[in-house]
Design a protein around this ligand. Structure first.
Ligand SMILES: [Zn+2]
Length: 120
């Protein structure tokens, strides 16, 4: 299956463990990477749009390389929580198999961030 060119570009702004993990998941799952590293402007835009709780410098997306990645199931339907759950479970299981410690944004208190995975 694999990832689109745009997804790979975004994934390549991430930590090597996240690249390894998402590439492995994308072999079996149809998914897209919608965010890797986020610069100051993008972070503040996300913050004021209510898409991120973090101001610039407070998000793991702001580290270089990024310690967070946002991944969505394809075809993308933001209301289809079940498919986000399914993809998320696969990512968490694969991380465990590869010995990569990550946290899932679904498990955050408050704003549930289904596409978000970050290194611990
Ligand atoms: Zn994120």
């Amino acid at each position: 299956m694999g990832l689109s060119k745009r997804s790979i570009q975004k994934l390549n702004t991430c930590h090597s463990d996240l690249i390894k993990l998402i590439e492995a998941v994308a072999e079996d799952e149809k998914c897209a990477v919608i965010c890797g590293f986020r610069g100051r402007y993008e972070q503040e835009k996300a913050y004021y749009a209510g898409k991120s709780k973090a101001k610039w410098g407070m998000s793991r997306h702001n580290l270089k390389p990024s310690h967070a990645v946002d991944v969505v199931p394809l075809p993308l339907d933001w209301n289809d929580i079940a498919s986000f759950e399914k993809l998320g479970e696969k990512i968490m299981q694969k991380a465990k198999d590869l010995g990569i410690k990550i946290k899932w944004g679904r498990d955050f208190k408050g704003l549930k961030d289904y596409p978000h995975f970050e290194l611990v």
